[in-house]
Write a protein that binds this ligand. Structure first.
Ligand code: WT7
Length: 653
């Protein structure tokens, strides 16, 4: 596609109607909106009937103790049974659950539902042998390998909530999460393949566990064969322990509100929050949305969520949603540019992927690499493409639609969060038109509003804050161990309503446009990072006296972390490598994704008279703009000092 076509498209076609004929074939029709509006609980009840329950619920929703919800009250089910066994029992055991694709070319493995069932049963038996009981928490710190899914489902099968920690997080992050949810067992691997070489995971676990004396067992999957340190009596190889277990394991039905997992996410304060998801509602919400938003035809589709299982996107749309629907998914271990920049398109061609779901940051990167690369692959199997994680800019949307979707695939821009568990705002293929940059409409059964400061709904053409007015099945139930923080964070800004932390506007048609976070949370490459968390990490370095972090616009990653630090007097000028030292320090404290793109050493930080850092001004500097209004600064000359610094060599790499 030429630059000219792209810009013509940008200016002329701002609205894409659903392809002709799709409406009559789509899983969900336009009536669903009205149906759900008439009786939302009956609507979700119908969605729940798509699952297999040991005991049917007595009541769809108990909201008497709001904001603490109970969905499908009295219902009992087993999540792993729903994701695996029932498909095998229905005669679909030979169907592929995952086309797993390792990073080294040619390293692939297909796993059928029948094989998955055997492996999950074995792993469940192994966890029981390790003494894991219903309700115990298990931490999972793994690369993108089948054992990761097996480990999660094994936990779910025995009712032991898992907490998956993204393999890119540091050992310190692992320590914090293990402590917060008091996990006693860790499942990990020797390492994984990353950018063409084995990268290690086990050393980070070993380092973490020096601070976690309560962890008694570490189950280690072998992926790369690299040497690992071994703690006798604590560490056990997956192949040894899981390999010798029986493939029989009778799943027990758990209460619909039994905890399924805890996923940590950054908030506005230093400590990550453990978002708790429970069994019944989560499975209903993820399976229904996966079926509806992607218009899934389980017998035909090859579905690919190109995300890491360590994030909620992976939990809901690589693991629970697709498996509950009996879908075939692709799971890819590596990076998009290994061994070449066409790897994703090669995978789509080889595996005949029909639905691709990824983040705008990836799309922008591919756009930069050039249209020629995807153009050399056969992408004609694709029929639907989705986006998630951050606002998609219209240029990226159009490029995605044209260069990847061949102009024929509807694009679903899906808004949701770790907390919502399921997609909340998105077009429905065949039903809703698409507009580049808009997530369009709340799904049937979901009620979203854009409100002003006072909580009054704004009309078409206006902006404000996004709130959700009614509970939904996959909603978080609380913050692990901190009910008060749950209430305070989400339900207090607009009493009785869920405050998502996002700004949004309604266009003239009443369609929703997400505008990004309105709090101190950054969105870097579709990953949520807290400014305060990174500031705390910087200040924990002996050379740093004070730090301020802002998210500055970045053409590829959406936002990028920019830090401003004041060094301690004893640190002098910090030495020539101070910036590198501090960046590495942040990587060590949180993980490489949190590394500031740029760190500027400054003599002062801009503060109001009450001592609050004015991040708005720092963002102006980071985005190379004229600095805005400085009249509320305690000392307005501070910005001149910083601007002076900016003129000097930029501290980037
Ligand atoms: C935040 C949630 C949902 C899984 C991945 C991120 C932003 C997410 C969109 C979208 C605009 C989006 C929001 C949200 N976000 N999807 N389609 N359009 N913004 O999960 O880490 O919990 O982050 O991501 O700001 O609040 P998360």
């Amino acid at each position: 596609m030429s630059q000219e076509t792209l810009s013509n498209l940008l200016h002329e076609r701002r609205r894409f109607e659903p392809p002709a004929g799709l409406a009559s074939r789509a899983n969900v029709t336009a009536d669903a909106y009205a149906e759900a509006e008439r009786d939302p609980l009956a609507f979700w009840e119908k969605a729940a009937e798509r699952l297999s329950w040991d005991t049917r619920w007595e009541r769809v929703l108990d909201w008497d103790d709001a904001p603490f919800a109970k969905w499908f009250v009295g219902g009992r089910l087993n999540a792993a049974y729903n994701c695996v066994d029932r498909h095998v029992e229905a005669g679909r055991g030979d169907k592929v659950a995952y086309h797993w694709v390792g990073e080294p070319p040619g390293d692939t493995r297909d796993i059928t539902y029948a094989e998955l069932k055997d492996e999950v049963c074995r792993a469940a038996n192994a966890l029981v042998e390790l003494g894991v009981k219903t309700g115990d928490r298990v931490a999972i710190y793994m690369p993108m390998i089948p054992e990761t899914v097996i480990a999660m489902l094994a936990c779910a099968r025995i009712g032991a909530p898992h907490t998956v920690v993204f393999g890119g997080f540091s050992s310190q992050a692992l320590v914090d999460r293990i402590h917060d949810c008091d996990a006693r067992v860790v499942i990990t691997a020797d390492g994984g393949y990353r950018r063409g070489a084995p990268s290690a995971l086990k050393p980070a676990v070993d380092a973490a566990l020096r601070h976690c004396p309560d962890v008694r067992s570490v189950l280690v999957a072998k992926r790369t064969g690299q040497d690992v340190d071994w703690t006798e009596g604590r560490d056990v190889w997956w192949d040894d322990l899981v390999g010798r277990q029986s493939t029989e394991h009778t799943p027990e039905a758990f209460d619909a509100e039994h905890p399924l997992y805890v996923m940590y996410t950054s908030g506005t304060t230093g400590r990550p929050k453990g978002i708790l998801h429970t069994t019944g509602g989560y499975l209903v919400g993820t399976s229904w949305t996966h079926w509806a938003v992607f218009d899934l035809k389980a017998d035909e589709d090859v579905f690919w969520t190109a995300a890491d299982i360590g994030w909620v996107t992976g939990h809901s749309y690589i693991v629970y949603g697709p498996l509950a629907n009996g879908a075939t998914s692709v799971m890819y271990e590596g990076t998009p540019d290994t061994p070449h920049k066409g790897r994703w398109w090669e995978i789509i061609q080889e595996q005949k992927v029909t639905i691709l779901y990824c983040a705008p940051t990836a799309i922008r990167t591919f756009m930069k690499w050039g249209t020629d690369i995807p153009a050399t692959f056969d992408l004609s199997s694709l029929r639907l493409i989705g986006s998630v994680g951050e606002p998609i800019n219209p240029e990226a949307y159009i490029w995605y639609r044209e260069a990847i979707g061949g102009g024929r695939c509807p694009v679903v821009d899906t808004w949701w969060q770790t907390e919502t568990g399921q997609i909340m705002i998105s077009p429905l293929p065949g039903v809703t038109a698409g507009k580049p940059g808009s997530a369009m409409k709340a799904l049937p059964g979901v009620s979203a509003l854009v409100v002003d400061e006072e909580g009054e709904p704004v009309g078409p053409g206006s902006g404000g804050y996004l709130v959700l007015t009614d509970p939904w099945p996959a909603m978080l139930r609380t913050i692990w161990g901190d009910d008060e923080r749950y209430r305070e964070t989400y339900w207090s800004r607009f009493p009785g309503r869920y405050f998502a932390g996002d700004g949004a506007k309604l266009d003239e048609d009443g369609d929703v446009w997400l505008l990004g976070r309105v709090d101190d949370v950054m969105n870097v490459a579709g990953h949520r990072l807290s400014t305060t968390e990174i500031e705390s990490a910087l200040v924990s370095h002996p050379k740093v006296a004070e730090a301020a972090v802002v998210g500055a616009n970045d053409p590829e990653t959406g936002q990028a972390v920019n830090a401003f630090v004041i060094l301690r007097e004893s640190a002098g000028d910090g030495g020539p490598d101070v910036v590198k030292e501090l960046r590495d320090h942040v990587a060590k404290e949180i993980g490489p994704i949190a590394k500031p793109r740029a760190i500027m050493v400054v003599p002062e930080l801009p503060k109001t008279r009450s001592g609050k850092i004015m991040r708005r001004l720092l963002r102006d500097v980071a985005e190379h703009r004229e600095v805005g209004d400085v009249t509320t600064l305690a000392d307005s000359s501070v910005m001149d000092l910083i601007k002076e610094k900016e003129g000097q060599a930029p501290a980037e790499d």
